[in-house]
Each structure stands twice: as structure tokens, then as C-alpha cells.
Design a protein around this ligand. Sequence first.
Ligand SMILES: Nc1ncnc2c1ncn2[C@@H]1O[C@H](COP(=O)(O)OP(=O)(O)OP(=O)(O)O)[C@@H](O)[C@H]1O
Ligand SMILES: O=C(O)C1=C[C@@H](O)[C@@H](O)[C@H](O)C1
Ligand SMILES: [Mg+2]
Length: 186
Amino acid sequence: MRRVIALIGAPGAGKTTTGQSLAARLGCEFVDVDQLIESREGRTIPEIFLQQGEEFFRSREQEMTLTALGDGDGPHSDDMSARSACNSDATRIVALGGGGPLNAAIAARLEQVYTVWLSVSARTASSRVGLNDTTRPLLLGNVHSQLVRMMAQRRPAYQRPADLVVAADELSVDEVVDVIVQALEG
Ligand SMILES: Nc1ncnc2c1ncn2[C@@H]1O[C@H](COP(=O)(O)OP(=O)(O)OP(=O)(O)O)[C@@H](O)[C@H]1O
Ligand SMILES: O=C(O)C1=C[C@@H](O)[C@@H](O)[C@H](O)C1
Ligand SMILES: [Mg+2]
């Protein structure tokens, strides 16, 4: 049976970067849900928010996330341009969008896969996304204060499904991958 490892956490936590690196280390498939949505929609996430609003984005996010987290037999493989080359189809790494775990259907599915919460402080997240980020519609304005508010609100949704919590403030990408691999082997 296919093993799915889901990476969750705030914007800037490192889901995409860590997911790519973990997939390379394990030699397996990688899917980034944000990239999948952009590729399926043929436009960027800020464009989707601007043109059709957050509600539309969230419904696409639910659909794409459930597809990515699916049981491995779904129609995912051939048309997921965001996946990386892999030499094993036993495992798939899925990096969710930052808001994915707030959705009830996604939260339920996260209970059935191995979920890793990349936990960082708002300070770390804002230094990583940059104070003038324009690619994340929910952070427009004061990035740091938006992240403080968002992360306080989301903490339970990240905590609940997590099989592994990686406190990633002080860790390099390689070190985060080491922690995950050790937990998977342990
Ligand atoms: N452990 C780390 N140490 C230092 N920099 C990191 C680490 N993880 C990620 N980064 C850097 O932080 C930035 C944000 O990382 P990334 O895009 O992977 O975050 P994300 O969780 O996918 O964010 P989003 O939810 O917005 O997609 C990137 O520039 C990345 O190189
Ligand atoms: O935190 C969020 O709600 C979001 C994070 C990004 O990954 C994107 O999914 C989108 O910008 C929304
Ligand atoms: Mg990302």
C-alpha cells in the first residue's frame, strides 16, 4: 500500500522546500498542492483570489488536496505536472497549502496519512516569506502581524492531525529532512 506523507504548516514554514528535498532523499514522488492548483487553473494563486475570490480558491484547494492525498489509485499520476521524477512509487510526499488543514474534509484525510507539521515562529515565517511578499494574498499588508494572527488561529488545526511536529526555527532544510527520515525509520 502506498504511504503518503503530508507536510503542513504556516506560509514560509518550508513545506515546498522540505518536501522537494525529502522526496529527493527518499527517491519518491512529490506533489505541491499550490503548484498543482496553479497548473490546473493556468494562473497564479493571487490571480485566482483576485478574479474569483477565496471561496473559489478553497474549493479548488479541497479538490486538489484530496486528489493528492488520495489512496494512490486515483487519476493523479499522469497529469500532475508538479510531481518530481521518482524511482519509487511506494511513497508520495504532499506539501499542502498553508490553509489546507482548516478544511474539514482535508483534516479528516490527514488523520489517515502520516502528517508532519513544520512548526516555526511568526518571526521565522515572516523572515522567510519576506516583509513585502505579494505572492501570498492572505499576507498582504503587514506580513508579520498577519502571520501572528493567522498562526494563533491555526495552531489547533496544525496540531490535531500531526503525527510528527518538527520545530524548524533553528534547523536547516537538510536537518528538517533528517528529523523526518529518522522518525519514519524509528
Ligand atoms: N529550514 C529552513 N531554513 C532556512 N530557510 C528555509 C527553510 N525552509 C524553507 N526555507 C526558505 O524559506 C522560504 C519559504 O519556504 P517554502 O516556500 O518552502 O515555504 P512553504 O511552507 O512552502 O510556504 P507557502 O505556504 O507559502 O507555500 C524559501 O525561500 C525557502 O528556501
Ligand atoms: O495560508 C493560506 O491560507 C494560504 C497559503 C498558501 O500556501 C496558498 O495555499 C494560499 O496563498 C493560501
Ligand atoms: Mg509552498
